[in-house]
Ligand binder design. Sequence first.
Ligand code: SAM
Length: 251
Amino acid sequence: MVFSPTRAPAVRPAPARRLADRRLFLAETLRTFRTTGAVTPSSRHLAEALAAPLAHRTGQPRTVLEVGAGTGAVSRVLADLLGPEDTLDLVEANPRFARLLAADLRADPRLAAHGERVTLIAGPVAELDPRARYDVIVSGLPFANFAPDEVSGLLAGYLAALKPGGHLTYFGYRGTARLRALLGTSRSLARHSGVTHVLEAFQQTHGADCRTVWGNVPPARVWHVGVPAAKPRPLPRATARAVKPWQAPGR
Ligand SMILES: C[S@@+](CC[C@H](N)C(=O)[O-])C[C@H]1O[C@@H](n2cnc3c(N)ncnc32)[C@H](O)[C@@H]1O
């Protein structure tokens, strides 16, 4: 099923804040492109497409995780859609982004409105409590910049952390393969094609839905993956031991 965009009120950060976020993003991209993976924060359109599973209230309290929250462009839209008993955990590894988010949790009305139900985990997703379970996971991680085994480890971690009936959304930019083919080294092309292979296999296995968000720089594909309400049978023991949630096998 493809989720339609959410209908939360269109609250936008003030222009001065948007400009400051863009500057910080660009600076962090130049400093650490591999982990930042974007030249500018996600647009409201992309944030709404990623947050779409939250528009469907179940009447039950929901636990939500955002991985790679950056300057909070998606976090604020997720927060707008939280119900009175829902919780939102934000994970961000870059200390500069994390400092900004920590201040926002107190000062930005859209995040502060939820008090302690919105929390920040300032560190890499690998440090997240492996016992934590979520109804919705939104990943902002730049998979295209990672190693294939890192991406499989992260996807296995997401699946392990989703409750039965839960949803995962993530995105990737359109056109990056063509750009890499023009500018990349043979090593980076091989790594990127390995990541594409991992993602395509994951999307096929889990019947992922995709829609393109053109209103973003650059345009992005948003992927939605639903976990069955009853979890499939566990992996055989030897395989299950080899996959440690959140970490690439063999690390
Ligand atoms: C493409 S940006 C997305 C930022 C934000 N969600 C948005 O859409 O504007 C990727 C974010 O993931 C963070 N990140 C990268 N690797 C991470 C990791 N292992 N654990 C947590 N955050 C990570 C980066 O610091 C960056 O903020």
